[in-house]
Design a protein around this ligand. Structure first.
Ligand code: GLN
Length: 204
């Protein structure tokens, strides 16, 4: 059998918990790089947009002329995975309050929809696509997905709302798998979203 070629993944490192995503990828044997500028995107198969503060990240992305290059990266076939604030940035519509976003994932998302910092919580979230046992869930001032478009696959739901969703080469979770020991969501991103590395973007 041929050895699996891992996709090349960047983690957006402007703000938020990017280091833990790299740690999770490393546990899966996937090398990754921190991406701070648009010049870090060429050659990558996927980009993870971490949790943090979506409004701050948005401001930094615009100041650094880094917003449109991420759209171009995706248009050229690049995979994206956003956790929490990252999911907010990917959504087609943001509320509470409304803010600009990439619009690459056909969901409406409500910032801080599960409540304030004090309402942050742990749990276990069933995810049939990823098998048993349920995924450990860490929710930190997470957003609530309040509407899901027809092309969005709901992989897991929490308290009646989609919480892990995929639309083609875009994956998003309102919770934080990188804060747990469970690597299955990242493994899914590597395998099912960013491709097997077999020339999935034709740019090797
Ligand atoms: N509440 C944050 C926001 O609206 C997201 C929190 C997180 O990423 N853990 O951007």
């Amino acid at each position: 059998m041929l050895p699996t070629v891992q996709p090349r993944i960047g983690v957006l490192a402007l703000q938020g918990d990017f280091a833990l995503h790299r740690k999770t990828l490393a546990r899966l044997g996937a090398p990754s790089v921190e991406v701070r500028k648009a010049s870090g995107l060429p050659g990558l198969d996927g980009l993870i947009i971490p949790g943090g503060e979506s409004s701050t990240m948005l401001k930094l992305l615009k100041e650094e002329d880094f917003f449109d290059p991420i759209l171009d990266f995706h248009r050229a076939g690049g995979a994206l995975y956003g956790t929490c604030a990252g999911a907010i940035l990917l959504a087609s519509e943001v509320e509470n309050p409304a803010q600009d976003s990439f619009g690459l994932l056909d969901v409406r998302i409500r910032r801080n929809g599960y409540g304030r910092q004090i309402d942050s919580h742990l749990g276990e979230i069933p995810c049939p696509a990823l098998g048993e046992p349920p995924l450990p869930l860490v929710m930190i001032r997470g957003p609530v997905i309040t509407a899901v478009g027809p092309d969005v696959r709901v992989l897991a739901s929490w308290r009646g709302h989609a919480a892990l969703v995929q639309q083609g080469r875009v994956l998003a979770s309102t919770f934080h798998p990188e804060l747990t020991e469970d690597t299955r969501v990242h493994a899914w991103f590597l395998r099912e979203v960013a491709g097997s590395g077999t020339n999935s973007r034709g740019n090797r």
